[in-house]
Design a protein around this ligand. Structure first.
Ligand code: AMP
Ligand code: MG
Length: 491
């Protein structure tokens, strides 16, 4: 493997602060080269904001870099160590198929992890092949970029390259590598790893690093580790509220898939809900509904309790005191989450001020949506158009009564109906990445090497609040098939 001579050619500007953590937190590892890299998609606006040169990235050498065949100057490739609770069970994990190249310092002075996912085996592969298939990597690209456009904190996708090598799953599939961009890849599971196998000094080093990286303004707090816990709780309460507001179901909320930064990470069996139903589960392996839509806030709280446990040794020298501090901080999650959810729901209904009856008003709408199998996104979209006419739900007496209550609530506030509808338009997306559309884009790409369907879809998803004419065809629900949509983890 050769190093590229001119790092400036591509615009890479790496720092490697993570590698300054104690050695136990990672294993130095180059990506494993692949046979014939082919760039499938490059995120030009993201590349530009990172200070990268689009034309150079599209060149043969650029393609080779995004496939891990060339390691850019300044990168220090490594696999990160972490543990995690998977479906409630504690396990040692680590990057089994991903390599952190380094942290790109952007022209505006921001720091982003650049990670190759699907880049070959590492010491953490546990028998896995270290590879990823094209379909799931494009799926992560589409959904993460759609999330970003919706304003949901998320890791992003810079590029997908085909490797030219097959990966063996249930079928033989084309292999691919995704370049993932993240505020960092620190996870609840990274802290679990440190707490379980590291010394107290190593745990403190990790906590200090997380503070520096994500919460520099609280580094000097008297109990900065308690502040760290509170900040992560706050960010997760914001994140999960957004998931609920847009109907996003992560599908595999294991602690290794929950970030310290508050970004959504790891788009495995995730999907957006069509019909509103608290019990919606898409993941084929989630047979108990642990990660069902309505359960996501509880699971987030559970995961945060696991984070709090890891911090106990550095929260206070007195263990009882440490436990008490952690418990108090955890209690805030529900309060913060509920407040964020309520604020977001009010906006979805065009409500500017707060009234006591709002919780009931919102809850009533959701109940009748569930009862009449109403589409979550399209119900709010129709209300935003002020034209609730064409579905079963809108024909029911229950809805008509609810609508009257909502109208009188709207007319009781100072703002005009027009500004209420404007608020709704900015809060209710016209389009989301609907499962059948995602599948259609992936099928064209993977089976027919036709990337136009995906490119058009990505274009449509870029402005989910545009309410444009051309978005219209992307708003339809799937034809009823009788078979529930399922997503698979074996990615
Ligand atoms: P994920 O389901 O992507 O969150 O992955 C869970 C864990 O399994 C992580 O430690 C991954 O690195 C690892 N993993 C997933 N797929 C593979 C694979 N094909 N080869 C090696 N490790 C893998
Ligand atoms: Mg993961």
């Amino acid at each position: 493997m050769t190093n590229l001579k001119e790092e400036t050619q591509f615009g890479w500007n790496f720092e490697n602060s993570y590698s300054l953590l104690p050695k136990s937190f990672y294993s130095c590892q180059n990506p494993i080269p692949v046979t014939s890299p082919e760039l499938i998609i490059l995120n030009s606006p993201l590349a530009t904001s990172l200070g990268l040169n689009i034309e150079e990235l599209k060149s043969k050498d650029g393609e080779a870099g995004l496939a891990g065949n060339l390691v850019p100057e300044g990168a220090l490739p490594l696999a990160q160590a972490y543990a995690g609770h998977q479906f409630g069970h504690f396990t040692m994990l680590g990057d089994g198929r991903a390599i952190l190249l380094g942290e790109q310092m952007t022209p505006s002075g921001e720091r982003f992890d650049i990670q190759l996912k699907g880049s070959g085996q590492t010491p953490f592969s546990r028998g896995g092949d270290g590879r990823a298939a094209l379909g799931p990597m494009l799926r992560e690209y589409i959904i993460s970029e759609a999330m970003y456009a919706l304003g949901i904190p998320t890791t992003r996708s810079l590029a997908v390259v085909k490797t030219g090598e097959p990966v063996i799953r249930e079928m033989v599939l084309p292999g691919a590598i995704l370049t993932r961009v993240a505020a960092s890849h620190l996870r609840v599971g990274t802290f679990e790893y440190a707490a379980k196998w590291g010394s107290k000094d190593e745990l403190r080093a990790l906590a200090d690093y997380a503070l520096q990286r994500h919460f520099p303004n609280i580094e000097d707090d008297e109990n900065c580790y308690l502040s760290l816990l509170k900040q992560v709780i706050k960010r997760q309460a914001e994140l999960i509220a957004k998931w609920q507001l847009f109907g996003f179901i992560h599908g595999v909320m294991n602690t290794d898939n929950m970030t310290i930064s508050g970004e959504t990470i790891d788009f495995g069996p995730c999907a957006f809900m069509d019909e509103y139903d608290e019990n919606t589960v898409f993941s084929s392996i989630d047979t108990q509904g642990r990660y069902a839509y309505g359960n996501q806030p509880h699971i987030a709280a559970w995961n945060l309790a696991r984070l709090a446990e890891t911090l106990l040794p550095i929260l206070d020298d007195n263990q009882d005191q440490a436990v008490q501090l952690a418990q108090e901080a955890l209690l805030d999650f529900n309060k913060l989450f509920n407040r964020n959810l309520l604020t977001g729901m009010r906006a979805k209904l065009g409500l500017f001020n707060e009234e006591e009856g709002d919780v009931l008003l919102i809850g009533d709408l959701l109940s009748i949506m569930q009862k009449y199998h109403a589409d979550y996104t399209n119900t709010f979209r129709a209300l935003t158009f002020d034209n609730p006419t064409d579905t079963v739900l809108f024909g029911t007496q229950e809805f008509k009564e609810w609508y009257q209550k909502w109208q009188s609530r709207l007319s009781g506030q100072q703002e005009t109906k027009c500004s209420a509808l404007e608020l709704m338009r900015n809060s209710n997306p016209a389009v989301i990445p609907r499962n059948h559309r995602v599948e259609a884009a992936l099928e064209a790409a993977v089976k027919n090497e036709d990337y136009h369907v995906m490119e058009r879809f990505l274009d449509i998803l870029k402005e989910p609040f545009a309410y444009s004419q051309e978005q219209e065809e992307f708003t339809s629900m799937p034809e009823p098939s009788g078979i529930p949509y399922r997503t698979f983890c074996g990615t």
